[in-house]
Design a protein around this ligand. Structure first.
Ligand SMILES: CC(C)(COP(=O)(O)OP(=O)(O)OC[C@H]1O[C@@H](n2cnc3c(N)ncnc32)[C@H](O)[C@@H]1OP(=O)(O)O)[C@@H](O)C(=O)NCCC(=O)NCCS
Length: 440
């Protein structure tokens, strides 16, 4: 029998499990498109990645896998003396195509076999997972480019969205190979990453995930980049061309909220990325403001959990959960994968065009990445839309932060009567004001 867990091991487990459960809840019924390139499939961690995908499937995540087969096809073509280089040619001719098909077919069978094994060594062992494959892609020849006919190298023309959705609804994992068929009955070789991006967009997937060879995105100093906005990613692409990053950016620009780039050499990369707050890959997100929205009743628990420690430290004025609930329509939250990581509230003073900004907070783990600034800008935009001319804020420890953002110190006497009467002299907060009608 195994030794029982030590106190620290069980504390670690409980903390991890508490962290991951809300994500499981959030992701249920969402659709993820996962690209596994041929390098990830050739790696000895391939088996564990497939088992992790089977686990995602088991908690109700609808999954489409798009696979590549580049190293396998290169090896095959080299063996047939059809290729000397170590990369696939741009032009795929009629001699190469049958060997390409064979390599892709072998990879596809390998994935199917592995998924059929289910999750070994667990209660899910023997649990049957259906894999759906099919002619989901219609292709076109790339044609003649710069005078050279690309023959069997193709472009994706159309995705059979309904067929994929039907299979997902039927609880199958959809497996797509990088081959497309033309209306004339010919077969063309396609780029797996491009195929995955188009499928993600056509079925409106929640996430596009790359487990590929070129998905490790580092700074020039070699540090892993954890998060990129679209404009940051654009800048990076000019210095470091990565097909995965390029496709991730293109997907986010066209409507996928989040793309993740994961290093396939890391054991459990998918699970760590999806079920821990910080993950271990690079996240490309669609926009800074898209994740800020009005608070809803379901947010109350998360909101209180964010604000309570700051109230205890005296940074924010204490409020009970009931008080927050009573004014919930004044609150806005910023979420990340459905978890609240920031908040701000705007309380309007009756019969005035003045509002108080309160409860501006960012989860400690997510600070100094511009979220506070984004929340403040969102609150000011909402105030303007609601014909508010002035925002006041009372603070004990964050004065400089507001001053640096255009707020000017004012006297307590300048506050609306309502606020003046409630002013807590013991707390001795400083008051700041911003005139929203002034041009900045
Ligand atoms: C203030 C707060 C919302 C800023 O969130 P954030 O996401 O880190 O904000 P940004 O990334 O836009 O700004 C970060 C910058 O503000 C600076 N900063 C953080 N707290 C500060 C403070 N109390 N005073 C002055 N500057 C501060 C950081 O050092 C950083 O500076 P840098 O960009 O030069 O490195 C966050 O620190 C917080 O939640 N604080 C506790 C709650 C609070 O004080 N709320 C305001 C009272 S209503």
């Amino acid at each position: 029998m195994n030794a029982p867990l030590t106190d620290s091991e069980s504390a670690q487990f409980v903390s991890w499990f508490r962290q991951s459960l809300p994500y499981m809840q959030t992701f249920r019924d969402q659709t993820f498109v996962i690209v596994l390139d041929g390098y990830a499939i050739a790696d000895n961690r391939f088996q564990t990645h497939i088992q992790d995908i089977a686990l995602l499937h088991s908690i109700g995540i609808k999954t489409v896998i798009v696979h590549g087969a580049e190293p396998q096809a290169i090896e095959q073509l080299q063996q047939q003396k059809l290729l000397t280089e170590n990369r696939l040619p741009d032009i795929i001719d009629a001699n190469m195509m049958p060997w390409m098909q064979q390599s892709i077919g072998n990879v596809k069978s390998k994935i199917e076999a592995q998924i059929s094994l289910g999750v070994s060594n667990s209660p899910l062992a023997g649990h049957r997972i259906r894999v759906a494959t099919g002619n989901y892609l219609t292709a076109l020849p790339k044609g003649v480019i710069d005078g050279r006919d690309h023959l069997f190298a193709g472009k994706l023309r159309k995705v059979d969205t309904d067929a994929i959705k039907r299979q997902l609804k039927d609880a199958s994992i959809v497996l797509v190979s990088p081959l497309g068929y033309s209306f004339t009955g010919e077969m063309f070789y396609l780029d797996a990453k491009e195929v995955a991006t188009r499928i993600a967009l056509s079925i409106k997937a929640a996430k596009l995930i790359f487990l590929t060879e070129d998905s490790l995105i580092r700074t020039q100093e070699g540090e892993l980049i954890r998060e990129l906005t679209l404009s940051q990613a654009d800048d990076l692409l000019t210095e470091c061309p990565s097909v995965a990053l390029n496709q991730a950016v293109s997907a986010c620009r066209q409507g996928i909220k989040r793309s993740h780039l994961l290093d396939h050499h890391q054991n459990g990369a998918l699970l760590v990325e999806l079920f821990t707050r910080d993950g271990l890959g690079t996240l490309i997100s669609a926009g800074d403001y898209q994740t800020i929205r009005p608070a809803e009743l379901e947010d109350l628990g998360g909101l209180t959990a964010l604000l309570e420690p700051l109230m205890q430290q005296g940074i924010l004025v204490p409020r009970t959960q009931a008080q927050i609930e009573a004014q919930l329509s004044d609150y806005f939250v910023e979420t990340r994968d459905g978890m609240i990581v920031g908040s701000v509230a705007l309380h309007k003073f009756a019969h005035t065009r003045i509002a108080e900004l309160a409860c501006l907070a960012v989860d400690e783990r997510y600070r100094t990445a511009g979220r506070g600034q984004a929340l403040l800008a969102a609150a000011e935009e909402i105030a303007r839309k609601n014909n508010i001319d002035q925002i006041v804020v009372l603070t004990t420890q964050t004065a400089h932060w507001f001053v640096e953002r255009g707020y000017a110190a004012c006297s307590i006497e300048d506050l609306p009567v309502e606020k003046k009467m409630l002013y807590n002299h013991k707390r001795n907060s400083k008051a700041f004001l911003k005139n929203l009608t002034a041009k900045t």
